[in-house]
Design a binder for this molecule. Structure first.
Ligand code: G1P
Length: 290
């Protein structure tokens, strides 16, 4: 099962990051000097993905502009001999084949993924949620693709989360197969404490077969009155094999202020152009010197 296509649902309203998301898509908020969604695209490309469909909506055309050429800017950089900046400006547009489709109504993640049916056809495909930025040795979606190829199963990326926060995610019933790989037999979206199967929650990465589409077409609205991807996956894991990959890597939830600031500071600390200055600045702040 070669995985060459990816779907990035990016049609959410971004209410956790209001007011900025009134006019700027949350996926376009900068993490240092690149929009959040650029990191997701880079993870997909580094994993061998060639074609990427972004599920967008009518308020998000800034994403399309970012992954396009900018002729006026480029002409200016060329004329003024700023070759390095020209390269930086063009790179996002040359990274992958990016396609777009609009989710016309905000009816849930399952409904958003169903918009990809025509793009995907019969191939297995990756799903990367736009809020979840990962830092890992091997790209997280590649870890899932490897599991899909090895086990001939769909795969979900999981980590253990604390019981205090699991109700923000989903909870999976699993049994061990081998190191870091589990068989998935049941799952629930946004569990109450009584409904928790385990502390394993899916964190923004999936590799699915096209069998998910007829399932999603029949999945009724679930938690929050929305068509939940988790509900569709729960049906899928009962009709064909699904593995959970306890992936290596750190996840940043850039869809909320804390996660966004955490990612911004950690990425800036790794950026050679500002890290020395930033370390000094934080140290001084922490010592109450300023
Ligand atoms: C979504 C999924 C949920 C998953 C979470 C983190 O929830 O529905 O199952 O655990 O992303 O990736 P949301 O953050 O949209 O509420």
């Amino acid at each position: 099962m070669k995985v060459k296509k990816a779907v990035i649902p990016a049609a959410g309203l971004g209410t956790r990051m209001l007011p900025v998301t009134k006019s700027i898509p949350k996926e376009m908020l900068p993490i240092v000097d690149k929009p959040a969604i650029a990191y997701i695209i880079e993870e997909a490309v580094a994993s061998g993905i060639e074609d990427i469909l972004i599920i967008t909506n009518r308020a998000k055309s800034a994403m399309e502009d970012y992954f396009d050429y900018a002729p006026e800017l480029e002409a200016n950089l060329l004329r003024t001999g700023k070759d390095e900046l020209l390269e930086i400006a063009r790179q996002p547009a040359d990274n992958a084949n990016i396609y777009y489709i609009r989710q016309k109504e905000t009816l849930g993640l399952g409904h958003a993924v169903l918009r990809a049916k025509g793009f995907v056809g019969d191939e297995p495909f990756a799903v990367l949620l736009g809020d979840d930025i990962m830092v890992s040795q091997t790209p997280v979606i590649k870890q899932l693709i490897d599991a899909t190829e090895k086990f001939g199963a769909s795969a979900v990326g999981v980590q253990e989360v604390s019981l205090d926060v699991i109700s923000r995610y989903c909870s999976l019933e699993v049994s061990p197969i081998e190191n870091s790989i589990y068989k998935v037999t049941d799952m629930i979206e946004k569990p109450t404490p009584q409904q928790v199967f385990s502390q394993f929650a899916i964190l923004g990465r999936y590799v699915l077969t096209s069998d998910i589409f007829p399932i999603l077409e029949k999945t009724p609205p679930g938690y929050g009155g929305e068509i939940q991807l988790t509900d569709g996956l729960n049906t899928l894991c009962k009709q064909s094999d699904m593995v959970a990959v306890d992936f290596e890597g750190k996840r940043y939830d850039t869809g909320n202020l804390e996660g966004y600031l955490e990612a911004t500071i950690e990425f800036a600390l790794k950026d050679a152009s500002v890290n020395e200055w930033l370390k000094e600045f934080i140290k001084n702040k922490a010592n109450g010197l300023e």
